[in-house]
Design a protein around this ligand. Structure first.
Ligand code: BES
Ligand code: MN
Ligand code: ZN
Length: 499
């Protein structure tokens, strides 16, 4: 779908979308369309339940007196409640509506609204952003879908006053959407296509945007002593990889230490020798979701030329059962020197992150490190699909993440960490074990990670419940959500960019 901005004008053909606020208050453009249609729009409104409440729609087909195929009237809600997320949601709704209609082009008329806290150009830009986010579809392997089942909308025109300004406001949002779409592609691809080396290759593509990308193979990781990560991958015929991405948009000198993001990239998680049951195992293709977010985030930041120094590190492995696979009972030595007794080979994400986190904090001395991982089934029991789990040793970082999450509607909920939980992963034969017993499974997983972050401010996002969605929402079609890209882009934008 293409998106274009232009100044307000009465559209002559196709679909026209206009707005009303609560109380059936038609905007200036909606009134003009009504006039053109000989008052049919206001009559239709009067004969319906349409009040102008946020998200309500009313469709007028083939209005007499104009060449338009349809007019869609959309409720904005109360003028004073108009905000960025609300406009994104409406953009998504409009996109889905027209895409299902068979129409290929639509013009959305965005007017100045008195009492709105959002300027008209911000309204238009956010509407376009929401439409773009909703328009994502992963259909490259569907060779036989009938044409009229595919989304029809090809050209979305957003018409508003000062459209050049709206276009400029939309530009960085468009770059974030590029990152979101890359992440969604990566988590949607099947595990025979996305495996450590091919995912690393996708990350390498970011060098075109000015990201410095370095890929470590098994020989290099062995030299570095990454026994925890390598143990997970040793049962796979696919070579494990670690990718280090650097975006240096923040300049040098005092205060230029980077911020760091680390992602779990298990390209397929069978559980290994502690093998998972067959039902639903195909979902474990998206066990690389954390790494997908880090790669998409780097694309977003580089795309919009963020004025920040950012490191992204992803640990990429495939967890397979095999004659050479890791066993329960094995003891591995991590890069940090700490030894780990393997109790369950299905608790593999923390092993990958142990070495990725240690490497990151040692090598880059970042201001903070945030890791993302589809780490535990337990977080789905705790929080479902509405919040990611947040675990941290730092209140400021936690606050900032919570606020950023609210701002972009990718919400996080903080859970505790502490010494008593930490004891649950003490081992009698090694420094620690990789599972902590039945209770508090998401917390003991976080405690494990914390043992590899030293004194660096750290936060862990357990995204197992939010990485894949079974239903559409206004801006997130079902499938891979890319939860985390918008959140972390916002964290960087709000706190870590040079002005
Ligand atoms: N990748 C899984 C967690 C997961 C489960 C993500 C369901 C998404 C949906 C992880 O590697 C795992 O298997 N965790 C185990 C840990 C247990 C063995 C301590 C779990 O949660 O059952
Ligand atoms: Mn697992
Ligand atoms: Zn896993």
């Amino acid at each position: 779908m293409k998106i274009a901005f232009a100044n307000l004008a009465q559209p002559a053909t196709g679909v026209a979308v206009a707005f009303a606020t609560t109380g059936r208050q038609l905007t200036t453009s909606a009134q003009a369309l009504d006039k053109q249609a000989g008052g049919a729009l206001t009559r239709a409104v009067k004969g319906s339940k349409f009040k102008g409440n946020k998200g309500q729609t009313l469709t007028l087909m083939a209005p007499a007196g104009s060449k338009l195929n349809r007019i869609i009237l959309v409720g904005l809600g109360k003028a004073k409640d108009i905000n960025d997320l609300g406009m994104q949601g409406l953009g998504g709704k409009v996109q889905a509506n027209v895409a299902a209609s068979g129409q290929t082009a639509a013009s959305v008329l965005v007017d100045e609204i008195a009492d709105s806290s959002l300027s008209v150009t911000d309204m238009a830009a956010n509407l376009a952003y929401g439409a773009r986010l909703r328009a994502y579809r992963f259909d490259k392997y569907r060779t036989k879908e009938e044409a009229d089942k595919k989304p029809s909308l090809k050209n979305l025109r957003v018409l508003c006053p000062r459209s050049a300004r709206a276009k400029a406001t939309f530009a960085p949002m468009d770059k974030v959407a590029d990152g979101v779409c890359l992440t969604r592609d990566l988590v949607s691809e099947p595990p025979n296509v996305i495996y450590p080396a091919s995912l690393a290759k996708q990350a390498r593509e970011l060098s075109k945007l000015g990201v410095k990308v370095e890929v470590l193979g098994e020989a290099q990781m062995k030299k570095l002593g990454m026994g925890a990560l390598l143990g997970v991958g040793q049962g796979s015929v696919r070579e494990s990889q670690m990718v280090v991405m650097r975006w240096n948009g923040g300049g040098r000198g005092k205060g230029s230490d980077p911020v760091a993001f680390v992602g779990k990239g298990v390209t397929f998680d069978t559980g290994g020798i502690s093998i998972k049951p067959a039902g639903g195992m195909e979902d474990m293709k998206w066990d690389m979701g954390g790494s997908g977010v880090v790669i998409g985030l780097m694309k977003a930041l580089a795309g919009r030329k963020a004025k920040a120094n950012v490191v992204g590190v992803v640990g990429l492995v495939e967890n397979m059962p095999d004659g050479n696979a890791q066993r329960p009972g094995d003891i591995v030595t991590s890069m940090s020197g700490q030894t780990i007794e393997i109790i369950n080979t299905d608790a593999e994400g923390r092993l990958v992150l142990a070495d990725a986190l240690h490497y990151t904090v040692e090598k880059f001395k970042p201001k903070f490190v945030v890791d993302l991982a589809t780490l535990t089934g337990a977080i789905i029991i705790s929080l479902g699909d509405q919040h990611a789990g947040l675990f941290s040793n730092n209140d400021t970082l936690s606050e900032r993440l919570s606020k950023a999450g609210e701002a972009v509607n990718e919400k996080v909920w903080r859970l505790p960490v502490g010494d008593a939980y930490d004891k649950q992963i003490d081992s009698s034969v090694a420094d620690m074990k990789n599972t902590g017993g039945r209770g508090a499974g998401s917390i003991t997983a976080a405690q494990f990670l914390q043992r590899f972050t030293g004194k660096t401010p750290w936060a862990h996002l357990d995204i197992a419940g939010v990485t894949w969605s079974s239903k559409d929402t206004d801006t997130v079609p079902k499938g891979g959500t890319a939860f985390g890209v918008r959140l972390l882009d916002r964290l960087v934008a709000d706190h870590y960019e040079r002005k």
